[in-house]
Design a protein around this ligand. Structure first.
Ligand code: HDE
Length: 756
């Protein structure tokens, strides 16, 4: 009789739970190899995966519509035309004889090709490449003292749709480029849609919306050859940012590790502008919005980002979808920094209307107000991720805008751009954009009008529709603009004097980084400016760096082989904000990916125990073996997810090496020719490459039994920091997971030589 083992039982429970999700996903841990039969007769569509929930079906006027899952997906037994006519053939055009000319009367042919010809819509002019997910926002109620927004009341739960994006690249570009990331959230609140359209960097390149076309024209590829794609490492970008020095702060963030996030799940988000909150009595406060990832703020290293750009250009998109599918639902806390709404609109001397400035958290703590959980992947990329339209002007009672001149321009742009992108003013009727609040507007007609409006008087005042619809005051949940005082002044094209400070906050950011992060900044500037052709542009950028920090400037100048310029101004005196550094903290490891290199002759029971322990810890184990299929056979067989050919180190947050007890012997110590071969397989150049990269990228590496052999063959000192070798796989895993909590083995990066 089998002995009961409580640990084993606990693990089995987790695996069972995960298997529910994985059961239908070929090759995922815990899944059975699927058997897809060749269909021979009509049958219903495949059941949607549990997490494939479509957007909630609402009619254009807000009523819930009852739609079966089959109706939402491609469904039904027979192929039809768009008019519902059943079709007998879609493989051949109608012809006058098998070799004869095609007949114009073939409606199916004309309809099919016509529709295909128009499948594409213009991509977003910025933020074209993105990935999105559905989720829920649960309010803590802590913001209720400063805002009357219903979705921020205690216990409120609001459906959301979040789209992450890169800014510069086109829709088909790679995910891991150095760039700012968009973090846009649509809250389907009971009072109407609220959109928080933010970025993963808390400041922006420009202070006034009128400069947006300039900065984007400079950042996009060169107009003649349309290169480079999705990167800032080129002349026009560096030309602009060195001449328009209000861009310095944002550019410095881009050159820091923030410009290459590990995952969308490990990014912070920022509303950037200051917003105005209004409570039930009409009292106001100024706020900045922050998203704080529960998984911590983590980045790639530059070489890793570049390798992934080739090996898996969809890395971030895949990571988000996989995590959600596996049940490791990403979470962020929404937080607010609250400032008194004074006539000056400054806090501790910082101009709150200047979107190139942050307020350090040490001066104004970020107060958590609710929890965002992403729990469902889109069903259809085009219908949801591509067609979603965010707008900073989608506000709800209790949230209002300020006079930030960048925000003002955005209020125009986000409506305007949809006319070209989504083909007309009715984009709010597209399912993903529909509010969950009842709609009763007097907007009529135009392209893509879905509604059949009843009533004869879409105007006010009217008597023919009984005077309907009526107005709602604040008491009825109406949106009433805050009657803030507007300063009487002359009409000018000018910025306030405080906007002229372009260097104090870049220096603040620089000083807040750990030595390792500063070295990464230096390497990034050296790389990017190294790609610039014009000497004058490089020199001008060095002059900008001289205003931030002499060491930064010197190091980059040295890398470029150029003289070090002297600063024009004395260095601003600022206090660092330790909250801005990503190094030195420990974080949960849920959802992180652990590669396990194994082969047929190793101790498969140990491999399976480690695999289960990784799963039990809420992480994703991927077994990497010489070939696909399974390792071993029968009940003990371990499913292989990656082969030496398909795996690359960059896919994993940590790497484990399952050793063979002794080269040339099997798990029981008996001589075994196959075991000897297996050891050779683990010194395969592809495995050594994987180990070398994982080591260089400062990832935790673990191994047991004879794993030292492969480590040595890869040129890795088994006693180096973050390399864990032992006899027992599970004990090795425990230590590796502890190291992974710090994200990287920071000690492994070359020690900086910065003078104190
Ligand atoms: Fe945007 N921005 N932006 N932006 N932005 C767009 O809107 C614009 C700015 C941001 O996933 C566009 O629907 C202007 C700041 C995100 O669909 C467009 C200015 C911040 C997204 C537009 C800014 C953002 C956009 C393109 C200067 C961070 C993607 C397609 C005044 C706070 C949303 C679209 C998504 C998208 C204009 C500056 C974030 C053209 C004129 C600052 C996350 O309307």
């Amino acid at each position: 009789m089998e002995k009961s083992n409580p640990v084993r039982e606990a693990i089995d429970k987790v695996v069972d739970k995960l298997s529910d999700h994985h059961a239908e996903i070929p090759g995922r841990p815990g899944s059975e190899p699927p058997t897809v039969e060749e269909p021979t007769e009509p049958r219903g569509p495949l059941r949607p995966k549990p997490d494939q929930r479509g957007p909630d079906p609402y009619s254009p006027t807000g009523q819930a519509v009852d739609v079966t899952p089959e109706e939402r997906a491609q469904g039904g037994e027979y192929l039809t035309t768009a008019q519902g006519l059943r079709l007998a053939d879609t493989d051949h055009s109608l012809k006058a004889g098998p070799r004869g000319p095609v007949l114009l009367q073939d409606h199916h042919l004309r309809e099919k090709v016509m529709h295909f010809d128009h499948e594409r819509i213009p991509e977003r002019v910025v933020h074209a490449r993105g990935a999105a997910a559905h989720g829920v926002f649960q309010s803590y109620g802590t913001a209720a003292s400063v805002t009357r927004a219903a979705f921020l009341a205690k216990g409120a739960e609001t459906p959301v749709f979040v789209r992450f994006s890169t800014v510069l690249g086109s829709r088909g570009s790679a995910d891991t480029v150095r760039d700012t990331r968009g973090f846009a959230t649509k809250f389907y609140t009971a009072e109407g849609v609220f959109d928080l359209v933010g970025n993963n960097i808390p400041v922006f390149f420009i202070q006034d919306a009128i400069k947006f076309p300039d900065v984007i024209h400079a950042g996009k590829p060169h107009p003649d050859r349309e290169i480079p794609q999705a990167q800032s490492a080129h002349d026009t970008f560096w030309d602009f940012v060195s001449l328009h020095t209000e861009a310095t702060h944002h550019t410095l963030w881009n050159m820091s590790d923030r410009g290459i996030p590990r995952s969308y799940r490990t990014m912070e988000g920022f509303g950037v502008h200051t917003f105005r909150l209004v409570d039930a009595e009409g009292a106001t406060a100024l706020v900045k919005f922050h998203w704080k990832p529960k998984a911590g703020v983590h980045s790639l290293v530059w070489e890793e980002a570049q390798l992934i750009g080739g090996a898996d250009p969809d890395f971030h998109r895949r990571d988000l979808a996989d995590a959600i599918e596996a049940g490791a639902h990403p979470q962020w806390e929404l937080g607010i920094q609250v400032f008194p709404d004074t006539p000056e609109q400054t806090f501790e001397g910082i101009d709150l209307l200047d979107p190139t400035k942050i307020v350090p958290e040490e001066l104004a703590p970020v107060q958590p107000v609710g929890l965002l959980t992403l729990n469902a992947n889109p069903v259809n990329y085009f219908a949801e991720t591509e067609q979603v339209a965010f707008h900073v002007g989608h506000l709800v009672p209790g949230i209002d805008v300020t006079d930030d001149p960048l925000l003002a321009g955005r209020l125009f742009s986000y409506l305007d751009t949809q006319i070209t992108r989504l083909g007309g003013p009715n984009f709010g009727q597209i399912p993903i954009n529909r509010t969950h609040a009842p709609v009763n507007d007097m907007l009529r007609d135009s392209f893509h009008q879905d509604a059949v409006h009843a009533g004869v008087a879409p105007y006010k005042p009217n008597s023919l529709d009984g005077g309907c619809p009526f107005f709602a005051g604040a008491q009825e949940g109406g949106y009433v603009e805050t009657p803030v005082q507007v300063a009487a002044s002359r009409k000018v094209r000018e910025a306030p004097a405080s906007f002229a400070d372009h260097f104090s906050q870049p220096r603040l950011f620089w000083l807040s980084l750990s030595p390792v992060e500063r070295e990464h900044v230096i390497a990034a500037y050296t790389f990017e400016l190294g790609k610039v052709y014009e000497q004058a542009i490089k020199e001008r950028n060095l002059r900008v760096l001289a205003e931030i920090d002499p060491y930064l400037c010197e190091q980059v100048a040295q890398g470029l082989g150029l003289p070090v310029p002297k600063p024009v101004n004395s260095l601003p005196s600022v206090n660092p904000s330790p909250a801005l550094s990503q190094v030195g903290k420990s974080w949960p490891t849920t959802g992180r990916v652990i590669g396990i290199v194994a082969d047929g002759a190793g101790d498969l029971a140990a491999v399976e125990a480690v695999r289960q322990a990784v799963l039990g810890g809420g992480m994703v184990p991927l077994v990497i073996a010489p070939t696909g299929g399974t390792l071993g056979s029968g009940d003990d067989a371990v499913t292989v997810q990656r082969t030496f050919t398909t795996a690359r180190s960059v896919e994993f947050d940590a790497l484990l090496l399952a050793g063979t007890p002794e080269p040339g012997r099997d798990a029981n110590g008996a001589r075994d020719a196959k075991a000897g071969n297996a050891t050779a397989a683990r010194t395969d150049p592809r495995v050594l490459l994987m180990l070398g990269e994982a080591f260089r990228h400062a990832k935790p590496i673990g191994g047991w039994a004879d794993a030292t052999q492969a480590l040595t063959a890869a040129g890795i000192d088994p006693s180096a920091p973050g390399v864990v070798v032992g006899d027992n796989g599970e004990a090795v895993l425990e230590e590796v997971v502890r190291l992974l909590g710090r994200h990287r083995v920071w000690e492994r990066f070359p020690a900086p030589v910065e003078p104190v």
